[in-house]
Write a protein that binds this ligand. Sequence first.
Ligand SMILES: [Zn+2]
Length: 248
Amino acid sequence: MSPVLSDCGFTSDVISIDHFFGTRQGPTGVQGSIQLGEVTSGLPSFPLIASLKQIHSTKIVVFDSPVEPGVMLDGEGDALLTNQPELLLVVRTADCVPVLLVDRKIGVIGAIHAGWRGAVGGIVPKAIQTCVERFGSDLTHLHVAIGPSIGPCCYEVDAPVISPLRTNYPDWVGVLQETTTNKGMLDLKKLIWHQVLASGISEERVERIEQCTHCRDDLFFSYRREGKVNGTMMSGIMLSAEIVSNTS
Ligand SMILES: [Zn+2]
């Protein structure tokens, strides 16, 4: 069992950036050491770790100045963005989609937790837009990696999901395979992929890891398969001090 999917993610270009999509085993020094909703001090490989109390929202927390370990002003939300070095941004998932983004040119990164509520609400395009507005990212420099989540093979949804999907997302037919009346198999990763492209990021800058958390019992926890108490995978990204100094 590999601890992290370190060879996946930002593969289409030569990008040396610390990032991982976790499996049942998180990376050493992170698993078990984070306090949700806080910035935690970590080991030398990850000096500071930021994670949120995830609430299935479209709320984004931005760190644009140096941070200290301890309680955050506002520790709830589902996306983290920063231009600060040596700060590992972590999201936790177990069927929902972890999304990582990076603008290496100006030194900005993001980690997003997107379940169906967040995805349909547009948390990923909102995070991309925040990179542009808050940090001055150019869409031609942003890379996005969409991590392992429950796949369309296993994710049957019903009216409470399908109804807002139809309302908010005109291309819903392309991501939902209807099975019976008011039921269907939803492809969450494809929905997010479409949204990222619609934001103006070109296809060759978007990676999508197709592994299904529900099918791959050997690698992943799955909320649907095991129930919510069993465990979550961590995914993270960090800017090195070297990258930040090269961009300023
Ligand atoms: Zn599956």
